[in-house]
Design a protein around this ligand. Structure first.
Ligand SMILES: Nc1nc2c(c(=O)[nH]1)N[C@H]1C(S)=C(S)[C@@H](COP(=O)(O)O)O[C@H]1N2
Ligand SMILES: [Mo]
Length: 404
């Protein structure tokens, strides 16, 4: 990938997200599996993700790859080769994963602040947690208002197993919190373009301090060393929180009284109602809320044979587990309870569900509606907002199949 620092100043002066994604787009390189791609004018995988399975992914740009709905399958864990990618800045050079143990993260806002290497972190504890990683813009493609940003439908999400050290162990090893901490802030280790105010481009996010109970500094993903494309060597995982809060290549963690002043925190990723301006007074995208969708059968399978069909999909509740999922095969007129299929990998993971139904010839609108363990029911309508964030509408996520 081209180093942004070497790019013409003309681009850098704007410092806008559009200019940066233009930089990413210029960096197309043919991925390892590109030859096996269907003849369609699909964009090839970018080099840093060349190891992914191109048939399972929609390549929107070199920094936005979406899992195909039909690729989710019915196992709980999303294979790394099929997991979506979202980078706000070009991914760092692979040199940062050459010596993983040498990576260091500075911890501030504790009694004895200092930098720790990954080798040291490995001595402080190990925990494994399965979480839904979902971009807050997942489902943006269903907004009729066409908000700017990637028009993801359902595939900017996956269910992933992370291993690392609980952040609270690290805090304890450094003498405990210094006091007055209301937020936990993580900073990404990307090289920032020169000639722009770092605060306008740095990926730095704050979450409420209660997230410290579950947060981990992870060096493994789905049983392998954290891939560079997903934040290796080290990633901050905040279980149950929207994707952007899970900082890749994390190089700094601060416990403090204030939220980050970075633009991605103060103005980006805010739930701003139509007619307002995005800004610090609007709610930030933090905990995910209850959501589900159907992954099969799908219209792209063509006309289905009349008879028994297994309607299946995924459901999750952010920081809460799933109590149940109802499925409708008549556009929401009537609902039936689906079965949750195992294994249950905990409250931050998604559950797969299935409803066996007999479908007669005709067109059938299939819908799913999840309820979490706190009794929150997935809503029918999306919450309109400027950024197209947090679309959990069951109506939007339905599919229509034709049976003959
Ligand atoms: N350092 C860093 N962390 C980041 C980002 C980024 O651009 N840089 N993107 C965020 C966003 S918006 C999302 S949705 C997730 C995407 O994670 P993935 O690419 O591993 O799927 O990472 C988050 N963490
Ligand atoms: Mo995201």
């Amino acid at each position: 990938m081209k180093n942004p620092a070497t790019l013409p100043r003309r681009h850098l002066l704007t410092g806008s997200a559009a200019a940066l994604s233009a930089l990413g787009l210029a960096a197309w390189t043919r991925g390892a599996h590109a030859q096996t791609e269907p003849a369609a004018a699909a964009k090839p995988l970018p080099a840093y993700a060349g190891w992914k399975n191109p048939g399972s992914l929609i390549v929107h740009s070199s920094s936005t790859l979406e899992t195909r709905r039909g690729a989710f399958g019915t196992g709980v864990v999303t294979p790394s080769s099929q997991l979506y990618i979202r980078n706000n800045l070009p991914a760092p050079d692979a040199a940062i994963v050459a010596d993983r143990d040498a990576w260091s993260v500075s911890i501030e806002g504790v009694k004895a602040p200092r930098a720790l290497t990954l080798a040291e972190l490995r001595t402080l504890g190990i925990e494994t947690v399965t979480t839904v990683l979902q971009c807050s813009g997942n489902g943006r493609g269903f907004f009729p208002s066409k908000p700017s940003g990637t028009p993801w439908t359902v595939g900017a999400a996956g269910c992933v197993v992370w291993s690392g050290v609980p952040l609270r162990n690290v805090v304890a090893a450094l003498g405990g919190l210094a006091g007055g901490a209301a937020y936990l802030t993580g900073t990404g280790g990307e090289k920032l373009p020169e000639g722009v105010d770092p605060l306008t481009v740095v990926v730095e996010r704050s979450v409420p301090i209660k997230a410290l109970d579950d947060a981990i500094l992870a060096w493994e993903m789905n049983g392998e060393p954290m891939p560079l494309a997903h934040g290796g060597p080290l990633r901050l995982i905040v279980p149950g929180y929207q994707g952007v809060n899970n900082i890749k290549y994390v190089k700094r963690v601060v416990f403090g009284a204030e939220q980050s002043q970075a633009r991605i925190m103060s103005h980006g990723y805010r739930m701003s109602p139509p007619g307002t301006k995005a800004g610090p007074d609007q709610p930030s995208v933090w905990e995910m809320t209850t959501k589900s969708w159907i992954n099969g059968p799908l219209p792209e399978q063509g006309t289905l044979k009349a008879g028994l069909v297994q309607v299946h999909g995924v459901a999750f509740g952010g920081t809460r587990g799933i109590k149940g999922v109802d499925v409708s095969v008549d556009g929401g007129k009537t609902w039936q309870a689906a079965q949750l299929i195992g294994p249950d990998l905990g409250r931050f993971a998604w559950r797969q569900f299935v409803l066996p139904v007999r479908l007669a010839a005709g067109s059938h609108a299939l819908l799913s509606r999840a309820t979490d363990t706190a009794g929150n029911v997935q809503p029918e309508q999306r919450e309109e907002n400027l950024g197209g964030y947090n679309n959990t509408s069951w109506r939007d996520h339905g599919v229509t199949v034709v049976v003959a």
